[in-house]
Design a protein around this ligand. Structure first.
Ligand code: MN
Ligand code: MN
Length: 266
């Protein structure tokens, strides 16, 4: 069950309201990586979770995100409020001024409506935890940018609190994932195809105008990695035959000769 306590998780103070900054703050209210998305993503994942310990964590953090929604919504409202009556302030975002009366609503900073499409919920706990770690990283960097664009000390304080909590959540999700003891590349139950799984396709080739060349690194060399080149490209894209992708060992790996060739558009 949910219960509301008439107290903010972090006290919000604003010196001089800045309607344009208030608009930016909406990214963390009704945006793709905002607090409502986080609250819903973790809470709904929790409903689907059969592991009672990690379910408890998902519900704890999902609920904290609702409290963050209240903090960032209160902060945004303080910055947007002058738009209700002041024409000049209203110029910052006519939609919020005219349709919303200088209030917050579930839109992002571009005025796009919040959508459940933002949520990443797969019903596979380790997959969901990876999504959550990435979501916290995105929330952190958005808060950092908001702090960089803010002159008001009270607003900065609240944003620093919210930004810090996202790293706390990232730590908890990471520890929860690691404690599951799964091989990091073992997702689901069906194993990947041997050999193919270790092939790195060198699909961006040639020398760029800025001197870019094919890079080598731990993402394509060492361990079991095998670089796979497309010999067809020597003759140009026009003659590319996808059936002839060869591996370093010279074996044909995929496709058939009846497949259409890739052609340049006219
Ligand atoms: Mn949050
Ligand atoms: Mn978070």
């Amino acid at each position: 069950m949910y219960h509301h306590i008439k107290k903010l998780m972090y006290t919000v103070k604003v010196g001089t309201p800045d309607p344009r900054f208030g608009n930016m703050l909406l990214e963390q209210f009704g945006g793709a990586n905002g607090e409502l998305a986080a609250a819903m993503q973790y809470s709904i994942q929790g409903l689907n979770c059969d592991d009672p310990d990690r379910k408890d964590m998902l519900m704890d953090i999902g609920t904290e995100e609702l409290s963050h929604l209240e903090v960032v919504g209160t902060l945004a409202r303080m910055h947007l409020k002058p738009m209700k009556k002041d024409r000049e302030a209203g110029e910052a975002d006519p939609l919020i001024a005219i349709a919303g009366g200088g209030g917050v609503n579930l839109f992002n900073s571009m005025g796009d409506a919040w959508t459940a499409d933002y949520l990443k919920i797969t019903g596979e706990l380790d997959v969901d935890l990876r999504s959550n770690i990435a979501a916290e990283a995105r929330a952190k960097i958005v808060y950092e940018r908001l702090i960089d664009f803010c002159d008001d000390p009270g607003s900065k304080d609240a944003l620093q609190f919210l930004m810090t909590r996202e790293i706390t959540h990232m730590k908890a999700f990471t520890a929860a994932l690691e404690s599951m003891g799964k091989d990091p590349f073992s997702i689901g139950k069906i194993p990947p195809t041997p050999v193919l799984v270790d092939q790195y396709f060198n699909d961006s080739t040639g020398e760029g105008d800025e001197g870019e060349t094919d890079a080598r690194g731990p993402w394509n060399q060492g361990g079991n990695w095998q670089i796979v080149e497309l010999p067809e490209l020597k003759d140009g894209v026009e003659n590319l035959d996808t059936s002839r992708r060869e591996t370093a060992t010279g074996k044909k790996q995929r496709g058939s000769s009846s497949e259409p060739k890739i052609r340049k558009s006219a």
